[in-house]
Design a protein around this ligand. Structure first.
Ligand code: MG
Length: 255
């Protein structure tokens, strides 16, 4: 199902988006070498409760995961790229951390992800990988305009990621957002321009490029049944914003 939001719903989406953007900023500021991933989960739980928001993750149980997620945020470290389940792990100097958060506030969901290095970066490649996902996200968002098609967003993202030299996996990508977290249309991180669903005013899209150095193959963590890692153990990055399609162009809600 594709939901088209009314102007009143889009106003509520802005409130959700601001909460997600602010929360990710707060979590990033608090996170340092030695922070436990379980602390980040607990902080997120507190911030969600304080705002009267609803977690999209805690009871989330799709076919690709092993039962309800049971946590409030995805914490993906180094070779983990998506759906990183919080666990007892103290962040080390130079770890590459991605935080992905989706919540509903007043009935509308916003979804965003950031990647950053904890402490001192170990290699320029880590920073370059983060830069690639952020540049691809910006390129995808620039195409999120009335009259364009989903393929225009996909193509713009893929061009940037491939330009940086990263292989692109299209199994998991962006998606529509609205009263629930994952809706149609699916937005693969590569594709052909001019193809797919035609964008219209009132659509809310989560645009989320992610990469793994030197591979496009994922493996699911056997222990938790959720965390997706690069098959080769190479490092990874992920950046996401929720964007509203408006008559005046794309509006980033989770900045
Ligand atoms: Mg997300």
């Amino acid at each position: 199902m594709i939901e088209v939001l009314s102007p009143a719903e889009l106003e509520r989406a802005e409130v959700s988006g601001k909460f997600i953007g602010d929360t990710l900023r707060t979590l990033r500021e608090r996170t340092r070498v030695g922070t436990n991933l379980m602390e980040i989960d607990a902080w997120t739980h507190e911030l969600i409760d304080a705002a009267g928001a609803e977690s999209c993750y805690v009871d989330y149980a799709p076919s690709f995961g092993s039962g309800p997620f049971g946590h409030y945020i995805c914490t993906s470290v180094n070779d983990a790229v998506l759906h990183g389940m919080p666990r007892k792990y103290k962040l080390k100097d130079g770890d590459l951390l991605s935080l992905d958060l989706a919540c509903s506030l007043h009935g509308i969901v916003a979804d965003a992800a950031i990647s950053f290095v904890v402490g001192t970066p170990k290699s320029d490649e880590d920073l370059r990988m983060i830069e690639a996902t952020e540049a691809a996200r910006a390129a995808g968002i620039a195409e999120a305009r009335v009259g364009n098609k989903i393929g225009d967003i996909s193509h713009a993202i893929g061009e940037v990621l491939r330009g940086y030299g990263y292989p692109v996996n299209t199994d998991f990508g962006g998606h529509g957002v609205g009263s629930t977290m994952h809706q149609d249309p699916h937005i693969p991180n590569d594709g052909r321009p001019g193809r797919g669903y035609k964008l219209r005013e009132g659509l809310l899209l989560a645009i989320e490029p992610w990469v793994m150095a030197g591979t496009d193959q994922l493996v699911t963590d056997k222990k938790d049944g959720w965390t997706l890692r690069s098959k080769t153990g190479s490092r990874t990055a992920h950046s996401e914003h929720t964007v509203a399609i408006t008559a005046d162009g794309p509006k980033i809600l989770t900045a």
